[in-house]
Write a protein of this length. Structure first.
Length: 200
């Protein structure tokens, strides 16, 4: 029973992995372009770029000196942010009411954040930061595209895309976090750290 629970937890946490998220982000953007929905494509790209960019900057700044002795906020959860932002963005395309959308996005953030904490990857604070960024991105996307979504029915295309992603991205696991830590400690530690890095 415990093993089954762990598998489900791993499945949920992997839904926010860049191996799954990046192809979905690119695929949805391509669907918008093929449908000539330029405003939707632009809004999607801005949402993805802003959310990912903000978490990246936070990670580069906060990870420069390594985790502190009493770790609270060292590495904002990119999995939680990405899952909330991308799946919340997809939920927005179903045209549910804004309150339902934000409730659903919050549920995604809580589920993804819970698995990240339970599996020992992040602290509660780190998942809250990641989830908050994701929620803000979803709300911004919805506000920007609300009028344009009436002209676009992407549900079938998006479901087909998700199926293709599930088939083709298995086994691809880019070490994004490792690269961020390397760059952060190489270029940021000289300005941010008062002493030697706490983690090599």
């Amino acid at each position: 029973m415990r093993e089954t629970g762990c598998r489900w937890m791993q499945f949920i946490t992997n839904a926010g992995d860049q191996a799954v998220i990046i192809p979905i982000e690119a695929g949805v953007f391509l669907v918008f372009l093929l449908c000539r929905c330029w405003r939707m494509a632009m809004a999607w790209a801005v949402m993805i770029g802003a959310g990912s960019g903000l978490v990246l900057l936070l990670k580069l700044y906060l990870e420069a000196c390594g985790p502190g002795r009493h770790r609270v906020l060292y590495s904002p959860s990119g999995h939680t942010m990405a899952a909330t932002m991308v799946y919340g963005g997809l939920l927005s395309l179903t045209r549910v009411r804004r309150s339902v959308l934000m409730g659903g996005a919050l549920a995604i953030a809580v589920c993804e954040g819970w698995t990240r904490v339970a599996l020992g990857y992040h602290t509660v604070t780190e998942t809250i930061v990641g989830g908050t960024v994701g929620l803000v991105m979803v709300l911004g996307f919805r506000i920007w595209t609300e009028d344009f979504q009436k002209k676009f029915s992407p549900v079938v295309s998006v479901l087909a895309l998700l199926l293709l992603v599930a088939i083709f991205v298995r086994g691809w696991h880019p070490d994004v976090e490792g690269h961020i830590q390397t760059i952060s400690r190489l270029y940021f530690s000289k300005w941010e750290c008062k002493g030697p890095s706490l983690s090599k």
